[in-house]
Design a protein around this ligand. Sequence first.
Ligand SMILES: [Zn+2]
Length: 237
Amino acid sequence: MLTPLLEKLLILQDRDGKRLGLEARLKAVPAEVAEVEKKIASEKAAIEEARAGLRQLEADKKLVETEIGSAETTLAKYRTQQLQVRKNDEYQALGLQIEAAQKAIGALEERELQVMYAIDEAKKKFADAEALLKRNITGHEARIRTLRELETNLAAELETARADVAAARGPVDEPALKIYDRIAARQMPVCVPVRGGKCGGCHLKVSSEVESAVRGKGDGKLATCDQCGRIVWWDAA
Ligand SMILES: [Zn+2]
């Protein structure tokens, strides 16, 4: 049986539950915004990384080209010298140097090719990273806007919910509020029905003392579950 006091407490509990739900949702919003911002930042970082990689490779290519240029100058110099020498051993020595220079140029050209392939890859990577951000950014920004709107709405709803809670507390007497608040600080719901001898909060059997206390005594005193401490009321249904 629901006493008038319990009816008031159930209204308070209902409004408190709503308030707590709103508080929890409101508290979760900044983390959700941060999550989206993290995604944007990581997509931008991927672009920057790809851009830096591409720049490095282009610098590498220039360096190899310079090295090829100077190796070719050296080679041309050896060839000119070879035409001018008279002695056979000098001619042969220059021949070896020419061979070595040609080998070095071959290796440099091989490296240049590798760098060029790498540049193609890096360009693709850069374009992919840019496309990904471009594809996602509208969605990311819309999500953040939605979350900000949600935050504003929840804050307004919470204000109303808190006023509703305050209004529900008004008609409840001080000692009952004290018991209610003590339990509410620990666990929700505070007021639960006893059905079939079991507490609706912890689902354990209440003692016969508690059971007889809640069975329609209607003396205005609150009975609590001897297992979990919640306020209990008898529900014959
Ligand atoms: Zn209980």
